[in-house]
Design a protein around this ligand. Structure first.
Ligand SMILES: [Zn+2]
Length: 266
């Protein structure tokens, strides 16, 4: 997996609440980032249809093209995302799920799971945490991606990020949480790292940069699938390309996506 030059090889900022360490830092070669030649499983938890594509669509396509297994879990049905006075929640769900599945296929995402939660209703509950623990234990990801819960953004995004972090550590790890899963043959799993996306400011908070220049067209094609959200495909291309180039700000023609990395060595 390509990492930016700024990727931390040693960690000294133990006051940083995003970095969770117990014991010595993991040697680089033992992390997923240091094992680019070995296929890994990457599990993305996004609140709504389209969130993954906006935040990490290029990276998802890139990782999939490198032979990694990329799986997307959408935490709600997206039934509230419309200003159309004629639209109903039921009809919107019927539109948005196929949009997300089509976009995921374009990005090379191998599987899409929709959790049975209504848009705008996510809370930090035992049930929601259990849904995520189940998927982490079932798919056994090397890397988890989710929303950054520590910046202001859509409530469902904050809830998904916060509950996913808690599910990754310690709930998916400890067998006495959700013990009923063991009865189904779904055993505990340790997540090594979580990438947070969204709400990362220009203050250097992001510490992983993925160069997705080669996957720009793929990302735009995926975004263009979400007609119910972004309008006609040509508009999407124009609008997102401009917005995204502005965000990348590399000044060298590269397009990038950024993440905050949380590492668990527990
Ligand atoms: Zn969203």
């Amino acid at each position: 997996m390509n990492q930016s030059a700024g990727f931390p090889k040693t960690w000294t900022h133990t006051h940083d609440p995003f970095r969770v360490f117990y014991g010595d830092p993991i040697p680089q070669e033992e992390t997923i980032s240091g094992m680019a030649d070995t296929p890994k499983t990457i599990l993305i938890f996004a609140a709504h249809p389209d969130d993954c594509d906006v935040a990490c669509g290029g990276s998802s396509a890139k990782w999939a093209s490198q032979g990694h297994r990329v799986i997307l879990c959408v935490a709600t049905n997206g039934e509230k995302g419309s200003e159309d006075p004629e639209m109903t929640p039921e009809r919107l769900v019927q539109i948005r799920e196929p949009e997300q599945r089509e976009a995921a296929a374009i990005m090379g995402i191998q599987e899409v799971i929709f959790l049975p939660n209504r848009d705008g209703t996510l809370e930090d509950t035992y049930e929601f945490r259990g849904q995520i623990v189940r998927l982490i234990r079932k798919y056994r990801p090397d890397r988890v991606l989710t929303h950054n819960p520590y910046r202001w953004q859509h409530r469902d995004h904050r809830m998904t990020g916060r509950v996913t972090l808690d599910a990754a550590y310690p709930y998916a790890r400890d067998r006495l949480h959700y013990p009923e899963l063991e009865g189904e043959g779904i055993t505990p799993h340790k997540v090594a790292e979580v990438y947070l996306f969204g709400g990362l400011g220009d203050d250097g908070e992001a510490d992983v940069e993925e160069d997705i220049t080669e996957f720009a067209e793929t990302k735009l094609k995926a975004l263009a699938c979400h007609v119910s959200q972004f309008g006609p495909a040509e508009e999407v291309r124009k609008r997102w390309r401009a917005r995204w180039e502005e965000r990348s700000k590399n000044g060298d023609g590269r397009l990038t996506e950024h993440f905050k990395r949380v590492e668990f060595r527990v």
